[in-house]
Design a protein around this ligand. Structure first.
Ligand SMILES: *Cc1c(COP(=O)(O)O)cnc(C)c1O
Length: 551
């Protein structure tokens, strides 16, 4: 149940100050939804600390002098209660996904100021409850908005442990267990990419965008090993990279970050289903070569962000081989399908021919944010490309085998521990459990497609999906008789932001929309949460119809 906004203040009596700041029933702009029990504010007594602890301050708990284990325990236990209650509420289909307020109203509902004098433990408990009260519940079974959704509790338990261990990943010296886990899990992931990848190298990066950047840096280093010391002058000519017009924008950003300029990230046209056209890639490579440029890097996408399309890796690998270019596969999104015998082929056939692969466990695999990996077929490149051997951290004369100081392979210094939550999750599920999860998400997406097709008056499927991205329009009553064509598409496109706004005001459903090069706004629904069932897919469609039919 939800905490009452009126938490007791430091004297233990209800605070009128807080209750005016946090009305139980904030001004509703939207009409009430049909969903029952939306009133999330409830009883604060769940989160009442004992009288002795309520007025205690930060220095009454460990590690401060005079602190007691009892006070410490009570405080932390209360925080855990809040977190567990949040998880329960999130999985209650009668709860809203969000309680939307515009930023200027939200700031009034919250007390965010940093005080001169620190607040009590009871106030901190209350602050934590309030924070979650207004948070969007990304693990709610009716949240279909983002590539990363759901809340895997094993992975979350791992994140709690990680937070408690609070160590940095740069050296074996201070993270021995986590560094070894990293080695084991990364080797396992490479073996899944391809048999000939076992001896390669990998690292966890802060997101797929940075993983793609690592691929770019390694590719340039491989071709121009002197670049690291001598810089741009060692490259006699214009470097050019290629990716499809459907690729993630982080690929293009490599060109701007690394001195090529975005004009030298060539966007290769894609076909109707969003796949890179290999013949176009070759034509554009030859065109640049004829101008004396140096095409060196091709990023193909396995699972594009909007359409969930898969570039034909084998055809692109042939072209890379012919022209001596590095092949990177951005499987930040689609990488999870590597775990499924049923869905891996033909989508990612040929992935073992790549030089590098980005794969985000925090997307389809449901690991907690953030968890992103980059893998290389060739060992040693990451280290020779990025190593700076800082002599206060990566001393070369240490007690142990310094190859385990993986921190010197990266362009960061400190690195967050993103491995433990993934390792723990993999221990729990095994390869089999992950395969079941991936297959289930794909089957639920197939179910959604089937249900859309069964209601052609209300929904228009834009294409047969290859992944869990299902792209479609919702058709309100007034447009149901109109023949489908550019005129109706334009009107359906205008509907999307209005229907999305309604979803957010009601708080009952979230799914994403966007335009692309070929069409105006359309909905892109994502099923990447283990919480979703067929009933939730049915709810998705009926709720869109309830909210949108008269628009
Ligand atoms: C999500 C995504 C990225 C970026 O990953 P972040 O972890 O958000 O930085 C890159 N490429 C593709 C295809 C993606 O879907």
């Amino acid at each position: 149940m939800w905490p009452d906004a009126r938490a007791p203040n430091r004297t233990g009596s209800p605070s009128s100050d807080l209750s005016t700041r946090l009305p139980i029933e904030p001004h509703h702009t939207a009409p009430r939804s049909s969903v029952a029990a939306l009133d999330m504010a409830s009883n604060t007594s769940n989160y009442k600390l004992s009288a002795a602890v309520a007025n205690a301050k930060y220095n009454d708990i460990i590690p401060y002098e005079g602190a007691t284990e009892k006070t410490t325990h009570e405080f932390l236990q209360k925080i855990v209660d809040i977190l567990v209650d949040y998880i329960k509420a999130q999985n209650n289909r009668n709860e809203k996904i969000l309680d939307f307020h515009h930023p200027e109203d939200m700031i009034k509902l919250l007390d965010l100021k940093v005080p001169q004098q620190g607040v009590s433990l009871q106030q901190l408990v209350h602050d934590c409850a309030t924070t979650l009260k207004y948070q969007v519940k990304t693990g709610h079974p009716h949240f279909f908005n983002q590539l990363s959704s759901g809340l895997d509790l094993i992975s979350m338990a791992g994140e709690w442990l990680t937070a408690t261990a609070n160590t940095n990943m740069f050296t074996y010296e201070i993270a021995p267990v986590f560094i070894l886990m990293e080695t084991v899990v990364m080797t396992h992931m490479r073996e899944i990419v391809g048999k000939n990848w076992r001896k390669g190298d990998s690292i966890l990066a802060p997101g797929g965008s940075i993983s793609n950047l690592y691929a770019f840096l390694a590719a340039r280093h491989k071709m121009f090993p002197n670049y690291k010391e001598k810089g741009i002058a060692t490259i006699q000519g214009q470097l050019v990279m290629y990716t499809s017009d459907q690729s993630h924008y982080s690929v293009k950003s490599c060109a701007s970050v690394c001195g090529l300029g975005t004009d030298n990230c060539v966007m290769v046209p894609s076909d109707e289903s969003g796949k890179m056209i290999p013949a176009e890639l070759e034509r554009l490579v030859v065109e640049r070569k004829n101008r004396g440029h140096i095409p060196f890097f091709v990023a193909c996408t396995s699972g594009t962000t909007v359409l969930g399309a898969f570039d034909p890796i084998n055809d692109i690998a042939d072209i890379c081989k012919k022209y001596g270019m590095w092949l990177h596969v951005d499987a930040a999104w689609g990488g999870g399908l590597l775990l499924s015998k049923k869905y891996r082929h033909p989508r990612m056939s040929g992935v073992e021919r790549a030089d590098s692969v980005t794969w985000n466990p925090h997307k389809l695999m449901g690991a907690l944010l953030q968890c992103s990996t980059i893998h290389f077929k060739e060992d040693g490149l990451l280290m020779s490309c990025n190593q700076m051997a800082a002599d206060y951290l990566f001393m070369q004369d240490k007690l142990y085998d310094i190859r385990y100081d993986t921190g010197d392979k990266v362009i960061q210094c400190g690195r967050h521990n993103d491995i433990f939550k993934l390792w723990l999750q993999w221990r729990a599920k095994g390869d089999e459990g992950f395969e079941e999860l991936i297959d289930r998400l794909m089957e639920l997406s197939e179910y959604l497609v089937k249900r859309i097709k069964e209601q052609p008056d209300k929904f228009y499927l834009i294409m047969e999906p290859e992944m869990v991205n299902v792209c479609f329009w919702y058709i309100p009553k007034r447009l149901r008789k109109e023949p489908h064509g550019p005129a109706r598409e334009a009107k359906l496109g205008e509907m999307c932001p209005r229907l999305k706004a309604k979803m957010m005001e009601e708080g009952t459903l979230m799914t994403g929309y966007q335009p692309d090069d070929r069409r105006p706004n359309f909905f892109r629904n994502i099923i990447s949460s283990a919480a979703v069932t067929e009933k939730d897919v049915d709810f998705l469609l009926s709720e869109m119809d309830r909210l949108g039919q008269d628009m």
